[in-house]
Write a protein that binds this ligand. Structure first.
Ligand code: ZN
Length: 219
């Protein structure tokens, strides 16, 4: 059996990125000479994407969208942590200033953060962040402990982590106030499959606080 090959990045250099940028500008202007002028006038993306920092899951490329079309927040394992000022600021701006219609939490199978959280090794500072995923495990321990195949177990934890982060979004005053004020806003949970490129919709969408756990509902 040959060793699994990973994408070769040995040709990527610091200077190469700047060269790549020049090519991007030239190629883009060839198609649309007004492209950058128009983009510089402002943004009105209808989507907020909360995804993993993993280099293999770039929001625009995998959804065939362009700059200006998705507002993006990424962190390790696409977490929605209710005390994270960075995430809350992005969410508040996206919902209340940009007026996005959809917030999507997109996880991915094979997520290093989720794999680490399901194990017992110490990984340094990041363990404090990954603790939130261990909390997800604890909430769903009965289901997860019953899965004997380790890969299947982690895949399911990836899905459950997305679902819990969707719940965490609905629990924020930002999302609940948007609903209370009659804003058209839905939150969704997706998982990207690295090995095929396809996105799976977990069908855990919310567009009101009706089906939420009672304790998280604000008046
Ligand atoms: Zn990841």
């Amino acid at each position: 059996m040959c060793a699994a090959k990973i994408h070769d990045t040995s040709h990527i250099t610091y200077e190469g990125l700047l060269e790549g940028n020049k090519q991007f500008v030239a190629n883009t202007l060839k198609i649309d000479p007004e492209y950058f002028t128009q983009l510089s006038n402002g943004q009105k993306p209808p989507i907020l994407w909360i995804g993993c920092a993993d280099s293999r899951v770039p929001a625009n490329q995998i959804t065939n969208t362009k700059p200006g079309e998705i507002f993006v927040h990424r962190n390790i394992a696409n977490m929605v942590v209710h005390s994270d000022m960075n995430m809350l600021s992005v969410l508040d701006y996206a919902v209340n200033v940009l007026g996005v219609k959809h917030v999507i939490v997109c996880g991915h199978y094979g997520c290093g953060g989720v794999i680490a959280a399901s194990g017992h090794e110490q990984n340094g500072l990041v363990d404090n962040w990954l603790r939130h995923i261990k909390d997800v495990y604890r909430l769903h321990a009965a289901e997860l402990d019953a899965i004997t195949d380790q890969k299947q177990k982690v895949d399911r934890l990836v899905e459950l982590n997305v679902m819990e982060n969707v719940n965490n979004l609905t629990a924020t005053s930002i999302v609940q106030n948007a609903w209370k004020n009659g804003k058209d806003l839905s939150v969704h949970g997706w998982v990207y499959t690295l090995s095929t490129g396809f996105i799976k919709d977990l069908k855990v969408s919310f567009n009101s606080n009706q089906n939420m756990d009672e304790v998280f509902k604000f008046k």
